[in-house]
Design a protein around this ligand. Structure first.
Ligand SMILES: [Fe+2]
Length: 183
């Protein structure tokens, strides 16, 4: 690989690590999310994220990136993506006494932040790949970014509904569901 190809591959590895981190996050979120429109969005978000990881991984193979899949996991930006996901986590003592609705709303905010990070990443990849003449990677990045932008808007539309559920649970002191029952 020449220097430009190496730089594109590096950014793609970072994007791949971010998608992998998000797959883990969304799987964990699904376990505590009751049926409804947010759960449906979450299921689609998970399958879309798996598709993105596969497409980015395939492009890396086409570019001749020989690093093992394990190397993706320890990539620096993978760690950054993990930190971004962790930012949305409240300290455990704050969560004690808060309901499942609170947790689901918090999860949705974390997913939204992760999606915004991915949009920034793919915007940079599209620009970089275009600048070094790798039209195929630029097209892939633009296509994935468009998916992320649609998902970002969809997640934002869920936030008021999830907040209403928190309000209802607080007002009635009667949670609409028990986190344990969704597992
Ligand atoms: Fe994605």
């Amino acid at each position: 690989m020449n220097a430009a190809e190496k730089k594109v591959a590096q950014y793609l590895r970072e994007a791949h690590a971010g998608e992998q981190a998000l797959i883990g996050e969304l799987r964990a979120q699904l376990e505590m999310t009751p049926r409804g429109s947010y759960r449906t969005a979450l299921e689609e978000h998970l399958s879309q994220t798996r598709d993105h990881a596969a497409r980015v991984g395939e492009r890396l193979r086409e570019l001749g990136d020989a690093r093992s899949p394990l190397a993706f996991v320890v990539d620096t930006v993978g760690a950054v993506a993990g930190q971004a996901l962790a930012l949305g986590r409240a300290p455990l003592e704050l969560l004690l006494g808060s309901g499942g609705e609170d947790q689901v709303l918090r999860n949705a905010r974390v997913a939204y932040a992760a999606e915004a990070l991915e949009i920034a990443t793919y915007t940079a990849i599209e620009r970089l790949a275009g600048a070094v003449g790798d039209g195929e990677t630029a097209t892939l990045a633009a296509s994935i970014r468009a998916d992320e932008e649609r998902m970002l808007e969809r997640l934002l539309r869920e936030i008021p509904k999830l907040t209403d559920a928190v309000v209802r649970a607080e007002a009635r002191a009667d949670p609409s569901f028990d986190v344990q029952s969704t597992i």
